[in-house]
Design a protein around this ligand. Structure first.
Ligand SMILES: [Zn+2]
Length: 116
C-alpha cells in the first residue's frame, strides 16, 4: 500500500529539501575554485533554490489560510485539510469533507476528479 501524508506536510518537506539542495549546490561550488565562473554559476543556482523554497513557504502560508480546520476523529487534534480528501497532519488518518466518499478507501485521485 502506498504511504500518504498530509498535503501541507508534503509541501513543507519539499520546501525544506529545496533549502538543503540550495546549500549543497552552493557548497559544491567550492570544488571549482579554480574557475570563478563556475563558482558564480553554482552560487546563483543555490540561491535560486533557496529563493524558490521561500516562495514555496509563502505559498503554503496562503494555502493554510484556505485550508479547513477540522478535528481529527482518530487522534482528536485539530488538523488542516486541503481539497476533498486529505490526511491528518498528526496521525495520517484519512479525512474527507464529502459524505459520498466516507468509508471508501483513501484515494488522492478524488481530488482531481471533477464533480459530476
Ligand atoms: Zn489525527
Amino acid at each position: 500500500m502506498k504511504k500518504y501524508s498530509s498535503k501541507i506536510n508534503k509541501i513543507r518537506s519539499f520546501a525544506l529539501s529545496l533549502i538543503f539542495i540550495g546549500f549543497v549546490v552552493m557548497y559544491g561550488g567550492i570544488f571549482f575554485k579554480s574557475n570563478p565562473w563556475l563558482v558564480l554559476v553554482f552560487m546563483s543556482l543555490g540561491l535560486l533554490c533557496i529563493f524558490a523554497s521561500t516562495a514555496v513557504y509563502v505559498w503554503i502560508g496562503m494555502l493554510s489560510t484556505k485550508a479547513v480546520v477540522i478535528e481529527c476523529p482518530s487522534c482528536g487534534k485539530h488538523t488542516k485539510m486541503l481539497g476533498r480528501v486529505d490526511m491528518c497532519m498528526y496521525c495520517n488518518e484519512a479525512l474527507t469533507l464529502d459524505r459520498e466518499l466516507e468509508g471508501k478507501e483513501f484515494d488522492e485521485a478524488y481530488n482531481k476528479r471533477a464533480r459530476t
